[in-house]
Design a binder for this molecule. Structure first.
Ligand code: ZN
Ligand code: ZN
Length: 649
């Protein structure tokens, strides 16, 4: 008999060789139905694999990341099996599960293309294989046999992968006539998969190397219920409509120019307006929280980044150094603001009485990204961080975390982000040697973060072993309107840079001490944040952020002068308004400005002009009636201030 320990610490005895599926059945029919894979001592296994020793066991379902992973990875095999039947001679690269679904890189052979029109046929074949309920079987195989087997089938990509594996660790999975080199884990049989969809195809170089052959990457997704697939497809359609690149163009927020360079966004006037509003908002909050604003150059001496350690870590994959013509000195485009801020700290001696010192900068940094990786504003080569570095004593860490969380709450409220959770990344308790900094300080900081989250009543998830080698951190994971997760608002403790830059303060004991450094950026990067904001709001920004808050629509040319007067008046209140003076019917003007997501439309004709009034139409069509211009201005200021201050206590 062997002892099986469950996540709730209960223990049950089973016969040696029991499988995860049998364990699930012994607990409940329902669990056995929902089970997709099983975690055995932290490793994910097939449900059908015998367990021979005392183990910690957790039955994995769709809700578990690893359960879903096994499901989608099995779906990749299913798609490959279908492809093998439909495209004889097709060769396979790799086929992993991804965040949403899976892909397989395939080489259909010279002159053969897999087109979108072929997707339904592939899906049909997959459904046939599902109906056949083929068992998925795992087998250990020697390296020699593996090479032989895949060479015979001309699977040169697989043979290359096998050559890098160690003998004794190689397994294959077989279903029907399809066998794949694979570590697993997989579902017990193909009938677990209920609904399939091939989503798209793209070119992908073998092993990401542009000198190697280009394969076809087929993306797909599957679900255990047809309804789930339908819902996902609706969401996908909505995501396309909200794509920030599309809306960014429609609303004239930003652009890219190949002449300026890929991945280097150009902010247009309206986008700049929006971004500056966000920056001003945060600057004002930071002032209230005793931050001091600093400015540092866009380049820094190579030695600065050698000292910080960034050069050793990222130098090879970065933009190459710039050289001065005379001295041949080397400078790097600034990849991070932190080293510059360390030097600011060093410019003066510090006493414990000066701490915490909070230095903030909207600092633009440059990082090389491969051209294939660039994507709108979310993956760029130059971006601006809402960066700040807090230098404090180890005892101040908790207080500083509480304050940063306060700032983040103010921002989330002002932007109506209601769905978020905090993720705390701590040390791996079994491998404490790989971390820099004293045990005492680590414990203090880890406790500080956990307590700060508790005090703020945050929904948290603790990730052991996810901390950087130089300190624990707290991240905010925000769910957008489509339920997609974005990582925002990182607060990172750092013991490394203060050491490398030999930062000091004089303590109450008159001795020299090392400060702790905290990096924090509520927005992260302005570029990525604006992308998120566009996709979250579908371009309908909160009133206080909208680049144009109101458009005045004169019913005929006769009232253009009055319309321009209104804009001038509103400007005095800092309200951003424009006139639509096109010679169009007012209905047409309303439609066009609705498409531009303008929060308020002000329609003016003879009656309004006589009485200094405007007829107010809110975004979405709500008629707010005719009001005095000054009443409208007061209302709009009230509305935006309420929202901007929503998160303040
Ligand atoms: Zn596989
Ligand atoms: Zn930093």
């Amino acid at each position: 008999m062997i002892k099986i320990t469950f996540p709730d610490a209960s223990v049950r005895e089973y016969e040696k060789g029991i499988t995860g599926l049998e364990i699930a059945e012994s607990i409940s029919r329902r669990l056995a139905q929902d089970a997709l894979a099983v975690s055995v001592n932290g490793e994910t296994w097939d449900l059908t694999r015998p367990i021979n020793n005392d183990s910690d066991v957790n039955i994995l379902k769709w809700e578990d990341e690893q359960g879903k992973h096994a499901y989608w990875h099995s779906s990749a095999h299913l798609m490959a099996e279908a492809l093998q039947m439909l495209y004889p001679g097709i060769k396979f690269g790799i086929g992993p599960a991804i965040e949403n679904g899976f892909y397989y890189d395939v080489d259909p052979g010279a002159g053969v293309a897999i087109k979108e029109a072929d997707f339904p046929l592939i899906e049909k074949k997959m459904m046939e294989l599902i109906a056949a309920k083929e068992d998925i079987q795992r087998k250990s195989i020697t390296k020699d046999d593996a090479v032989k087997m895949f060479s015979e089938r001309d699977e040169n990509y697989k043979v290359e992968l096998i050559s890098e594996l160690e003998d004794g660790t190689i397994t294959t999975y077989t279903q029907g006539v399809f066998t794949d080199l694979c570590r697993g884990p997989h579902l017990p049989n193909t009938s677990y998969i209920k609904a399939v969809k091939i989503l798209s195809s793209a070119g992908a170089y073998w092993r990401g190397d542009e000198k190697r052959p280009q394969l076809t990457r087929l993306y797909g997704i599957t679900f255990p219920k047809k309804k789930m697939l339908d819902e996902y497809l609706v969401l996908l359609e909505e995501a396309k409509k909200r794509d920030h690149r599309k809306i960014g163009k429609e609303l004239q927020l930003f652009t890219f120019s190949q002449t300026v360079g890929s991945g280097l966004p150009l902010w247009l006037p309206k986008g700049t307006q929006l971004r500056l509003k966000l920056e001003d908002f945060l600057k004002k909050i930071q002032l209230e929280f005793d931050y001091q604003q600093v400015i540092t150059p866009h380049i820094g001496h190579k030695q600065l980044y050698v000292t910080s350690g960034h050069y050793a870590k990222y130098g090879a994959d970065s933009f190459k150094p710039i050289q001065t013509p005379e001295e041949g000195e080397e400078f790097l485009l600034k990849p991070m603001n932190c080293p510059h801020h360390c030097e600011i700290y060093k410019a003066f001696p510090h006493s414990y009485k000066d701490l915490p010192l909070r230095l903030a900068e909207f600092g633009t940094v440059y990082r090389y990204e491969q051209s294939g990786e660039l994507h709108g504003l979310t993956r760029v080569r130059g971006f601006t961080q809402d960066d700040a570095h807090i230098f404090c004593t180890p005892d101040q860490v908790k207080d500083e975390f509480l304050k940063v969380v306060d700032i983040i709450f103010i921002i989330f409220n002002a932007l109506n982000f209601q769905n978020f959770e905090a993720q705390i990344s701590l040390r791996d308790p079994n491998d404490r040697d790989k971390y820099i900094g004293s045990d005492e300080n680590w414990e203090k900081a880890e406790r500080a973060i956990i307590e700060a989250c508790e005090e703020k009543g945050l929904k948290t998830k603790i990730e052991l072993g996810e901390a950087a080698f130089y300190g624990p951190k707290l991240d905010f994971m925000v769910k957008d309107a489509l339920g997609r997760r974005w990582q925002l608002g990182t607060i990172q403790v750092d013991y490394n840079l203060p050491d490398r830059f030999e930062l000091e303060y004089t303590g109450a004991d008159n001795q020299k001490h090392r400060p702790v450094m905290i990096h924090r950026a509520p927005f992260g990067s302005m570029e990525r944040f604006v992308a998120l904001l566009i996709e979250h709001t579908a371009g309908k920004f909160p009133l206080w952020l909208a680049p144009t808050q109101a458009v005045v629509l004169p019913v005929s040319e006769k009232f253009n002068d009055y319309a321009y007067n209104i804009v001038k008046e509103l400007k005095k209140f800092d309200i951003r308004a424009e006139v639509d003076d096109r010679n169009e019917k007012v209905g047409r003007k309303i439609r066009d400005n609705e498409l531009k997501r303008i929060p308020y439309l002000l329609i003016v004709g003879e009656k309004e002009a006589e009485n200094e009034e405007v007829s107010v139409r809110k975004q979405g069509g709500e008629d707010k009636g005719i009001v005095k211009l000054h009443t409208f201005a007061d209302n709009i200021l009230l509305e935006q201030n309420e929202m901007m201050n929503a998160g303040r206590v």
